[in-house]
Each structure stands twice: as structure tokens, then as C-alpha cells.
Write a protein that binds this ligand. Sequence first.
Ligand code: ADP
Length: 605
Amino acid sequence: MGTLGSSEARSRWFYLIALWIGGCAIVGLIAWICLRLQLQLATAGFCMLIAIVLLSLLDSFISSAIFSVAGALLLNVCFTPPIFSFAIAKTADLLPLLTFLVTSIAVTSLVREIRRAEQIQREQARLLNQTHDAVFVRDIDGVIRYWNQSAEDLYGWRRDEAVGKSADTLLKIVYPMARDRLQQALFENGHWNGELVHTRRDGTQVVVSSRGTLQRDDQGQPRTILETANDITDRKRAEETIRKSQAQFLEEVQRLSRTGSLGWTIEAGEVFWSAQAYRIFEQDMSVAPTIGIMRERVHPDDLPVFDTMVARIEAGDSSLDVEYRLRFPESRIKYLRIIGHAVEMHDARRQFVGAVMDITEARQADMRLRRLESDLARTSRITVLAELSASIAHEVGQPLTAVVVNGDVCLGWLQRAPLNVGEVERLVVRMREDATRAADIVRRVRRLVKGTPPDPVSIDVKGLFQEVLTFLRPELEMHGCSVLTDIARDASAVAGDRIQLQQVLVNLTTNALQAMAQVSAKHHLVLEARPGESARVILSVRDNGPGISEEHLPHLFDAFFTTRTDGMGMGLAIAASIVEAHGGRLWAVNNTEGGSTFSFTLKAA
Ligand code: ADP
């Protein structure tokens, strides 16, 4: 390297010395010719200046300065009296010599500057040509001003064909957003990145990753836009292939798991369904999904659930898990579960994203299991009832005995004269009442034993609560208990047997009063009705008593389970039987604020 460096320096010096000698010789020759031709100082100076400018193109400032000084000296020697001497007779002659020297140095410097700028430009153009990216420059009106080699290769137009044309027209550019917005972003930020679609000369389209950089003039006004475009068509195609295979994979998984997906851009009202969601809703895929179409499929009984779900999503509820039924022709039913949450999209719009699951099979299995459980419960109820038969016999026995006694008395009076028809009639009416009571008891017991569902009628929940409270008024007053009834609008009527449901509520309320008697706090009872899932209503009795200990919770509904010394442990078992016979479920929880709540479900009327 060292040897090479020094040999390079040597040859440079040779070049310089040769240039200086040669240059000075040329300037000298011009001086001699001008002298022979007896030209004036000014003309000779002008000829020399031209030669020096040309020579200055061969090297640096030092060479130009040497030639300028040599030229000035030669002009002094040859054209300024006394001739052939460096002396200057008149001071006035000094001025043209100095003017020559300064002009020569200034002009050669200027010429060299222009050359350097040209060289830099040429170098830059060469570099732009070498880059693999297609580069073109367009002015603010979109007219192409520069077009590099890679742009020729990528688009197929030669530079002379592209320059002067509008880029938008030539390349048929497809922008990802409105062109004005893009230009505005470019003016604001000075640059823009993104993907564009360009059309080549042969009509094929190419996807490019494009970067536009704004160039401004000295006044800061936008002047040109330098655009680089990188062909990403292959990458896009590969991405598309991956996306497609992922989509197929997802589609398969959705089909297997019977889970579709649902998207809903809330503000725009746009709904998206996956292919599996289309299958679940049994909707033709050519029809764009809407909330209206979803609502049309809802089972009429579950419309309140659906409407509540939609309202919750619209209100911005962040997550939800809802079950409802769909009804199809010939009364075919599907059970649906929707789990989802709201997400914020990149443009700050809210979208609900959810999974739509067809849980019909699971629900049907569940129902079969419930039926089995209820059969089992009925079997154990029969055992309970066998044990209860003694007390029932007493209940039935009591009115029957009354009938017999009254019958005897009646017979006695009938044989007596004169016959007191009024007395006899009163006794017969009482006998009929007693017999009806016994028959009623027998009928209900038979119904419980057989597990026959009660004949459901529509019952107004408010009325039901009032009947129970009227029935228990003496006890409530005795305990100084305040009562609040809270009935939701969607839970105002249930289907069931009024007497049996009264019995359930009376049992639960009596238990609540007995439990609250154990605490010193002011007794407070809440009877509540609210809508449940799958067209059900949940009725609850909440107290502020001591609550239920964890160890007792699993046994509450067992027959004969009691914690009270005078208790029989049958109240909750019978209440559970009645609720089950109505197709519902009874359960108990401890309240977080103390006390407990017994709730049961019933079909909404
Ligand atoms: P009984 O009232 O004859 O004891 P029940 O079947 O009605 O029979 O109740 C069983 C048990 O459940 C009660 O002994 C009591 O321990 C518990 N229980 C019922 N209701 C409540 C309540 N509201 N708060 C606390 N414990 C209760």
C-alpha cells in the first residue's frame, strides 16, 4: 500500500510539473505570438485569459494561480514599458496587470466550481442509477422530472418517454387513501411511506413499497417530490398465500368447533360474519350480514335477551357472554352462545369482536341430564313422602273426622222433630268444605308423587308477592321487618301454579324471618324479580340475617336437614320439589353485605 501510495504521489508530481511547465510554455507562446503580431496589452491579456481558463480545467486552484501569475508577469515583461524588463515605468500600467491577475483567478475559480457541481450531480445521478429501487422525481403538479435506470427496468418506459409525463396518468397509481390527504401528509411531515399499486407499460400491476420525500426551494416552498419504489409484489403474493392458508386453517377449526366469529363496527353499523357464522345462522353467503338479520332469527321468547345484548354492546359494555335461542322453520331450535368484547381499532372506531358458538348439542345433553336429575330427585322425594305420609294422614284425617262427626250430628238432627233445616244445611256446607280440603291435599300430594308438572297459568309477580306478604303480615309486623319489592320490567309475569308458588315464597320468607330473628340488626327483607337467561325469570328472597355456614350450604335442600331445635327440615325440600316440578331450580347464596339470598327460576309468562 505504502509503495503504491508513494508511486502515485510521484506520478502526480510528474504530472503537475509537466502541466506547470507546459502551461507556462503555452502562455509564453501566446505572449510571443501577440508580441510578434504587435497586439495591444488588452488583446494579449484576453487571449492569455482564454488559455488560462482552459488550462485551469486540468487541475486545481494552485495550478490556475501559477498560470495567472505567469501570465501577469509575461504581460508585464512583453507589453508594459520598459519592454523586456520586470520594471514598470508608469504606475498606471500596474492597473491592467492587476485586473488581469484578479480576473484570471476569479474566472478560473468560478469555472472550477461549476465543474465540481456538475461532477457531483453526475455522481449522484450515477448512484441513483445504480440503486435497485426505482427512483423518480416529480414536481408539485405531478410531472415526472427524473427517471432512473431501475424505474426504466421496473416500469418499462425509457427516461425520455417518462420525463415530462404526469406520474398519475403514466403509472395509473392506486393510493391507499385519498390523494389529497396523502399530499397533505407529505407537505406536513416532509415524507410519506406506504404501499401503492402502479401499472407497468405492459399493463401488469406491481405493488410497491413507496417512500416520497418532499424537496423545498430556498424560500421553503414545496418544489419536487423524490419517490423511491421497491417492488414487493412477490412478498405480497407470499403473504397472501400464507393468509389464505391461515384462513383455511381457521375456517377448518371453526367448522370443527362449531364456532364462528362475528365483528361489528358499532358506529358504522357494519357487521362481519365468518363462513362458520353464516352456517350457524343458516344464511346465504351472498347476503351481507346485519344486526336486523340476526334479530330475525332469534326465538321470540329470547328477543328481550338479544335486544339487551345489542343495547349493552352499543353502550360500550366491554365484555359479554350471552346465550339465546334461534328459531328456524318447522320450529327447529338452535342454542347460541356469544362471547365477545369491544376493541378499539387503529382509526379509534369501536368494534365488537365475538365468538358465536352453536351449543345446541351441549344444551340438549344438559337437558337430558337435568331430566335424569329430576327423576332422581323425584325418587328421593317419594322416599321423603313415604316418611311424610304419617303427617299427611293426620292432615287428611282431621277434615275426614270432622266430616264423620258432622255427618253423625246431621243424622241425629234429621231424626229429630221438628226438623231444623237451617242447622242441617250449615252442617252439610261445613262437611262439603272439609271434604274439599281433604281432596285438595290428596290431589297435591298425588301430583308431587307422580312428578306431574303443574298446570301453568300466567301469574303476575307483583300480585304473587303481595299475596305472600298479606299472608305473612302478622309475622312481619311481629318482627318489625321492613320489606322492599323490586320487580324488573322484563320480569313481571311468570308461568306456574299460583298456590304452589305461594307456598315456595311463604316457606322462603318464613325461613328468612326466622334467620333474621337471630341478629339484632333491623330486619330487612327484599323480594326481587329479574330476567334470567333463556326466557326465564329469577325470583329471590334476600334477608340480612346471619347467612348460611359453608358446611350447611350443600345440605340445605336435603329432607329433614334443620339447624333449628323446633324445625322439621322439610320447608326447603318441599320448595325445591315444587320449583323443580315447574322446570326451575332453587339455590342459595350468602350476600357479600351479610345475610343470604334464596333464588329460583321460573318460565316467564
Ligand atoms: P326448617 O325451617 O324446618 O329448619 P327448612 O328446610 O326450611 O327447615 O330449612 C333448613 C335449614 O336451612 C334451616 O334450619 C336453616 O339452618 C337453613 N336456612 C333456611 N333458610 C335460611 C335463611 N334465610 N338464613 C339462614 N339459614 C337458613
